[in-house]
Design a protein around this ligand. Structure first.
Ligand SMILES: NC(=O)C1=CN([C@@H]2O[C@H](COP(=O)(O)OP(=O)(O)OC[C@H]3O[C@@H](n4cnc5c(N)ncnc54)[C@H](O)[C@@H]3O)[C@@H](O)[C@H]2O)C=CC1
Ligand SMILES: O=C(O)[C@@H]1CCC=N1
Length: 328
């Protein structure tokens, strides 16, 4: 409901701002398509140092990274760390019950298996990336082979550190992260919190590893569900907004491919401006807004459509849902 209102408001805003522009200036050509790519500027860096603190890895015996669950989020993290050059693909192993998802990992050059136990037996750091409701079953299955050498990282929405620790052997080293799908292109936003038996060197290591996937911060656990509502799920809200912007333009006659490309580039450009300038969004917004010009007409349409309340409600609803998932 909230998303639909926001989408309708976005489409309406394009139509209104376009109508305003057509009364003031003639339509321009499409220079955006010729602008240089503004995709990730991350550069390839040397393989990650693995001789940290008390972690049991040495330069001679590279750390093996495992994924239990080989779906979209696991693949996104694996892509992020492998494509960055930080981790070699043959040091990564993924498991899933069927071949359906494993071919993504095989294409990356990773080892794959149908056995979750085999991942634990071969890897020191293991990401658990199954759906939350499957996780208790998976943790019960692997618990007999979990040792103190393992660093166990849950990606599951909602599942608290307390729950994870209850489901694993005593004193297991557990961390909880919430990533988002843009980790796949090294523009993710990841937060992490550590359990009672994980130490600072483990969060430092994980932060170093995952920072190639984008922003990566250690936070109090209470922020993890909020981050889920804001960013884990937020990627979908932004896609809906992008779709709605494009549909506003399509309604007015722009070809679909061009409209979607421009809408996505507009989001990317605005995000980059926000991050690089450090300005408050309201400040940047006001720089776009000419008095009596097009933008204020579009913004008025968005306000009438309840975009701001819809977006706030979306973050809150998804956060509450993450909280509920822990109780199921
Ligand atoms: N998709 C997203 O954007 C995000 C997802 N997450 C979290 O990541 C986790 C995975 O989500 P997705 O990748 O979207 O799901 P998905 O459905 O794409 O992947 C789940 C994977 O788990 C595997 N699986 C199922 N049963 C299993 C078992 N018994 N043992 C081992 N693997 C098993 C499936 O075969 C599949 O490969 C979820 O807990 C979700 O909350 C977190 C942030 C963002
Ligand atoms: O929708 C979900 O439950 C997962 C968690 C955040 C993004 N996708």
């Amino acid at each position: 409901m909230a998303g639909a209102a926001a989408a309708a408001a976005a489409a309406a805003a394009v139509a209104v701002a376009t109508a305003a522009s057509s009364t003031k200036v003639s339509a321009s050509s499409t220079p955006l398509l010729n602008s240089p790519s503004t995709m990730s500027t991350n550069t390839i860096t040397p393989p990650i140092s693995i001789s940290m603190g008390q972690l049991p890895w040495t330069a001679d015996s590279p750390m093996q990274i495992g994924f239990v669950g080989a779906g979209r989020m696991a693949e996104a993290i694996a892509m992020g760390i492998i494509v960055s050059g930080k981790v070699e693909a043959n040091n990564v192993m993924a498991s899933a019950p069927s071949d359906k998802n494993l071919w993504h990992f095989q294409n990356l050059g990773c080892k794959t298996t149908h056995s979750n136990i085999e991942v634990l037996q071969n890897c020191s750091i293991v990401f658990f990336a199954t759906k939350p409701h499957i996780l208790p079953m998976v943790l019960a299955e692997v618990s007999p082979v979990v040792t103190r050498k393992h660093v166990l990282v849950s990606v599951a929405a909602g599942v608290s550190l307390h729950t994870l620790e209850k489901l694993l052997p005593p004193k297991s080293r557990v961390l909880r992260i919430m990533p988002n799908l843009p980790c796949r292109v090294q523009e993710g936003a990841v937060v992490m919190a550590r359990g009672r038996h994980a130490e600072k060197c483990e969060t430092d290591y994980l932060q170093k590893l995952l920072s190639v996937c984008g922003l990566c911060e250690e936070v109090p656990e209470a922020y993890i569900n909020i981050h889920t509502g804001l960013s884990g799920s937020g990627v979908a809200y932004v896609c809906m907004f992008s779709e709605a912007l494009a549909e506003g333009a399509i309604k007015l006659g722009m070809p679909s491919g061009l409209a979607h490309q421009i809408a996505a580039q507009t989001l990317l450009g605005a995000a980059k401006l926000l991050l690089q300038s450090g300005q408050h969004p309201a400040q940047l917004r006001s720089e776009v807004c000419t008095p009596g010009g097009t933008t204020i007409y579009g913004l008025h349409a968005l306000e009438q459509g309840g975009l701001r309340a819809a977006a706030m409600n979306a973050v809150e609803a998804a956060t509450r849902r993450a909280q509920e998932l822990n109780k199921q």
